[in-house]
Design a protein around this ligand. Structure first.
Ligand SMILES: NC(=O)c1ccc[n+]([C@@H]2O[C@H](COP(=O)([O-])OP(=O)(O)OC[C@H]3O[C@@H](n4cnc5c(N)ncnc54)[C@H](O)[C@@H]3O)[C@@H](O)[C@H]2O)c1
Length: 420
């Protein structure tokens, strides 16, 4: 698309911010070996050329680099942020400067955010790269006329995959969708190491507090919770895990963490981090249990995971005390500090996942969208083919100059027979 045409169609904060955004995207390009080697080679075969692709993921530099690679294939790419809190205006401006249509302004009000997503829908996407199924569910609910034109969706997050499953159960998933989150090269690294590192660094950067010796309460011990616990412990914190499922709860115990009910964990907690993928994991009945000075942060997809509305309602006083840090004065002289307004703290309160992690996640997304464009998949939820997952890991290892052994013929034969 022409740069002026992209500018006319876009809604961004300030085109003048483009140079700063371009610099951020260049940094990502420099540190993305898997996208640069594997994805670039694979995407260049013409399968995406001329395809209309909607990319609705947290709008920051790593996402922008994926958008750039997709646009280089000749696809018509339209971009929006999946959460206004994480949209970086300089990056949005840089994308428009590269001739890509963008709808996203940092901290937009809910109505403006809705309008942005519907503007992306108006581009009649054939392929969607989604986060939290934010665009997909809106298309199904509000623009069902566009659904027959959908060749496929690829979904980034655990929460989004839950929503697609619910859509399938309701008989409304009438198009193919790839659960990119379920690819090993996504959740093993992104949810665990990426969220673990970036959430802890975001909390420490926002507050300038120390982790060593602190009591961390991690709510939810899925892939994200495991990463949070690992990094919190690695920084010298003591971890209590809260779970509702006995299997991850037992895993947390075996991993060396205390496991407790939330009501028993909160009175000791210095830092509470939610990672359940649900809503109201910490809410109305818990505010009276908080200890003074506690930090509250959310790493899950939804900003209702910490029930901010009820916290607002019970607080005597609410003040912003640092960028991204809001103090709530509660009964009995207790003060708690909510980070990044309860949005995903690592993305809304910092730069999100490390570049190397998103190199893997977006390689999954790039190969998934290419797979959807190259094959005619049946409607329903699909996995990324295992050979593509392996190829991503192999490319990453090669970029690190790590070499692997191979099975000898007799070792392979042993695994393939049942008699021996
Ligand atoms: N911040 C980020 O950058 C980032 C990255 C990846 C995923 N996510 C999001 O993080 C969330 C968790 O992802 P995941 O992959 O770990 O999911 P998961 O399904 O593997 O784990 C969630 C865990 O939370 C537990 N749980 C659910 N409700 C609970 C409750 N009320 N109390 C205690 N435990 C509860 C479940 O039993 C499960 O073990 C999702 O919303 C996902 O989209 C965020």
């Amino acid at each position: 698309m022409e740069r002026t045409q992209a500018a006319e169609r876009s809604r961004i904060a300030d085109p003048g911010l483009a140079p700063e955004g371009a610099q951020r995207i260049e940094w990502v390009a420099r540190h993305s070996p898997v996208l640069n080697r594997l994805a670039r080679a694979r995407l260049g075969d013409g399968a995406l050329s001329g395809k209309r692709i909607a990319l609705v993921v947290h709008l920051e530099a790593k996402t922008a680099y994926l958008a750039t690679l997709l646009a280089e294939t000749g696809a018509e790419v339209v971009v929006a942020g999946s959460n206004p809190g994480s949209t970086q205006d300089s990056v949005a401006a840089a994308l428009v400067g590269r001739g890509i249509e963008v709808h996203g302004v940092h901290d937009s009000e809910p109505d403006a955010f809705e309008a942005d997503l519907m503007a992306v829908a108006d581009s009649r996407p054939e392929l969607i790269i989604d986060d939290g199924a934010e665009l997909t569910t809106r298309l199904v609910r509000h623009r069902s006329d566009l659904v027959p034109g959908l060749r496929g969706v690829t979904e980034q997050t655990t929460t989004g995959v839950h929503r697609l499953r619910a859509l399938a159960a309701a008989g409304r998933l009438s198009f193919p969708a790839i659960a990119a989150n379920d690819a090993l090269c996504k959740h093993l690294f992104d949810n665990r190491y990426g969220t673990g590192q970036s959430t802890l660094t975001a909390i420490l950067r926002l507050t300038n507090r120390s982790a060593a010796g602190k009591e961390f309460c991690i709510v939810g011990y899925g892939w994200v919770g495991k990463g949070l616990a690992r990094y919190a412990a690695g920084l010298g914190g003591r971890v209590t895990v809260v779970e509702v499922d006995p299997i991850p709860a037992l895993e947390a115990h075996m991993d060396g963490h205390r496991v407790a009910r939330l009501a028993d964990a909160l009175p000791d907690a210095d830092v509470v981090i939610t990672a359940t993928g649900g809503v109201e994991a910490v809410g109305r009945e818990h505010w009276a249990l908080l200890r003074d000075d506690v930090l509250l942060a959310n790493a899950g997809h939804h900003d209702r995971e910490i029930d901010v509305e009820t916290l607002d309602a019970v607080a005597d006083r609410v003040e912003d005390v640092r960028p991204g840090v809001r103090r709530y004065s509660l009964a009995g002289g207790v003060r708690c500090y909510l980070l990044a307004e309860g949005r995903l703290v690592n993305i809304a309160g910092a730069d999100g996942h490390p570049v190397e992690i998103m190199d893997l996640s977006f390689a999954v997304q790039a190969l998934a969208v290419h797979h959807l464009a190259s094959m005619r998949l049946e409607p329903g939820l699909h996995k990324l083919p295992a050979e593509l997952d392996s190829e991503i890991a192999r490319t990453k290892l090669a970029a690190l100059s790590i070499r692997l052994d191979e099975l000898t013929p007799s070792q392979r034969a042993f695994f393939e027979q049942w008699q021996a």
